[in-house]
Design a protein around this ligand. Structure first.
Ligand SMILES: Nc1ncnc2c1ncn2[C@@H]1O[C@H](COP(=O)(O)OP(=O)(O)OP(=O)(O)O)[C@@H](O)[C@H]1O
Length: 300
């Protein structure tokens, strides 16, 4: 049987994930055309037990950064280190072993769960795949996981298509938690949910972190959501991190003009600020961001 933890544990505050001058390039037009550079020498650290928010306009490279950590994007330069071990360029087997430590929750709760499987089977897979649990132990663990994410035990017998978006996202979180990871990449985990469900799922993620000590890399385009859950926030624009600091600082006293525009573009009830907000959204649009960036499900 393989060891329960493939990499040594890190104490709270110690570096867990480190990106050092990471470059990602996609080959889009065959060998003749130069590759498309999507991440430009990005450096970022996630410490054990902390949440780092990654915010930026659509197309800035946030998902690509998460995919690079998961070994799913082509790294053309720099390094990725997890708990002291270099993980860029790992072979398939080592990458599979690492999947115990690094998990992911995607945005789309409708696309990320196989509708032809029961929730029990979906949760059994990560528990038995590496022989860490017998089927019987897995059944017990599934009960605990469902309870931890606030779902009744009989959810195990249901299929994903019988569940709401919020319930599905809870299952996706339970699946990510199943192997006992030390880092979960949350890629826009609440963007597809309605406002009240968003708050519930965010609170759940915060509670689970307090209970398990898991670290999050929390990717979103909405600075208010990211600021709420994160210890530190990194702001990404056009494949570069333009600002990275304490979450309160970034959301109340940002240094970079781009971060200030992200904040200003967020929806506010105060009509006196609407003109300011429109101007910020125009500036963001001029940089290539869509008009909705920074505005959580809002208009005007
Ligand atoms: N497989 C791919 N092949 C070529 N280009 C890609 C690929 N994946 C992403 N890109 C490009 O990389 C850039 C960054 O995309 P990415 O999805 O990382 O941005 P994002 O900040 O996560 O955006 P969003 O918030 O819309 O998800 C975009 O220009 C995108 O078109």
């Amino acid at each position: 049987m393989e060891p329960v933890n493939a990499t040594p544990a890190a104490a709270p505050g110690e570096p867990l994930l480190s990106l050092d001058e990471l470059v990602v390039e996609y080959r889009t037009g065959g060998r003749r055309r130069p590759p498309l550079r999507v991440l430009h020498e990005v450096s970022l650290e996630v410490r054990a037990h902390e949440t780092v928010g990654l915010v930026g306009e659509s197309g800035s490279g946030k998902t690509t950064l998460g995919r690079a950590v998961l070994g799913l994007a082509p790294v053309a330069g720099g390094t990725i280190t997890f708990a002291g071990t270099r993980i860029d360029g790992l072979g398939r087997r080592a990458r599979r072993a690492l999947s115990r430590d690094i998990q992911v929750v995607f945005q789309d709760p409708y696309g990320s769960l196989n509708p032809s499987m029961t929730i029990g089977d979906i949760l059994t897979e990560p528990l038995t795949a590496r022989h860490t649990h017998t089927r019987r132990a897995a059944r017990e663990r599934i009960g605990e996981l469902l309870d931890a994410v606030g779902l009744p035990a009989d959810t195990a017998a249901r299929s994903a298509r019988e569940l709401s978006g919020g319930q599905r996202q809870r299952v996706a979180i339970a699946r990510a938690l199943a192997p006992g990871p030390r880092l979960i990449i949350c890629d826009e985990p609440v963007s597809a949910l309605d406002l009240s469900t968003r708050a519930q799922v965010i609170n759940l993620l915060v509670e689970l972190q307090q209970a398990t000590g898991v670290a999050y890399l929390f990717i979103a385009h909405d600075l208010s959501v990211v600021g709420h859950v994160s210890d530190r926030v990194a702001v990404m624009s056009r494949g570069e991190i333009v600002e990275c600091a304490d979450a309160t600082r970034v959301t109340t006293d940002p240094e970079h003009p781009y971060t200030r525009d992200l904040l200003l573009a967020a929806p506010v009830p105060d009509p006196a600020r609407q003109a300011e907000r429109r101007a910020a959204r125009h500036r963001l649009a001029a940089r290539g961001a869509p008009a909705g960036v920074g505005a959580a499900g809002s208009t005007g």
